[in-house]
Design a binder for this molecule. Structure first.
Ligand code: DHB
Ligand code: FE
Length: 259
């Protein structure tokens, strides 16, 4: 199937499925026009990618995983990835943390899933929201690439991310409110692992401190194997959470399926 045929087939099948929905729920022409106006507003708010992510991206990721050779479960890239600087010491904070902001110390080993051997020099790319659930969209605060050491180990020092809910005042939040659903993501740290210039894994690690682990608005995103069990301690009046998460990737497989 060429690109044009594939696009045509996807369009035909999608419209066919939506026609079933129109019949099943007796959706009126007026209601369809309301939907059209809604999509205009959604587009103006820049939230179309988020709607697609929330509704469909996990399905695509899980289907791809069925064809792969295991390792750490993949997860959404989400809307906020960027090119990040290398932060070799693992400190992701570009501005000094507020004293009352809880810190996160996370470490682990990156291994080859086939051999179990650690991978030295893997580039582990992190990005996450702050203690108020806000991403830095201009700069590189709470973002950075951390190379693994000779033992395949990474270590980051950063802020503990909070649950993320930036949709309270946009059309995406409006839709979820109208359905009686939350619009909140469980606190997470995004991770991308790149070895020898090849992206092998994109995933998200969920913080055991989150209250939204059962209610993440991206259905199917949170699974037990991606939850980092955090320990809490106090040091000089600062709250520090620490946890360990090993990451297994499949260098050959991913390179072979990338094309
Ligand atoms: C959305 C936000 C995220 O941080 C993410 O990882 C995935 C989706 C969103 O706004 O929909
Ligand atoms: Fe995110």
């Amino acid at each position: 199937m060429n690109d044009q045929e594939r696009l045509r087939a996807i369009w035909d099948r999608s419209v066919e499925k939506l026609k079933e929905v129109v019949r099943e729920f007796d959706i009126t022409e007026d209601e369809l026009h309301i939907a059209g106006a809604y999509f205009n507003r959604l587009g103006q708010s820049g939230m179309c990618p988020s709607l697609i992510d929330v509704a469909l991206a996990m399905t695509s990721i899980d289907a791809k995983r069925q064809r792969s050779h295991g390792g750490t479960r993949a997860n959404l890239t989400g809307p906020y990835h960027a090119q990040h600087p290398v932060k070799a010491d693992g400190n992701l904070c570009d501005t000094p943390p507020a004293p009352d902001a809880p810190r996160l110390e996370m470490s682990g080993v990156v291994t080859d899933v086939a051999t179990g051997q650690p991978i030295a020099g893997a580039e582990v790319d992190f990005w996450h929201a702050d203690h108020n659930g806000i991403y830095d969209r201009q700069g590189n605060h709470l973002r950075g690439i951390v190379p693994t050491d000779e033992q395949g180990r990474y270590r980051i020092n950063t802020l503990l991310p909070n649950d993320y809910s930036e949709h309270d005042f946009d059309p995406l939040g409006e839709l979820f409110r109208a359905m009686g659903r939350t619009n909140t993501r469980a606190a997470h740290v995004h991770v991308k692992v790149c070895v020898n210039g090849v992206d092998l894994l994109t995933t998200q690690l969920f913080m055991s401190t989150s209250n939204m682990l059962k209610d993440d608005y991206v259905e199917g995103a949170v699974t037990d194997d991606l939850i980092v069990a955090l320990q809490k301690r106090e040091e000089n009046g600062v709250t520090i959470y620490s946890g360990q998460f090993d990451i297994a990737v499949a260098p050959e497989t991913s390179a072979a399926t990338a094309s």
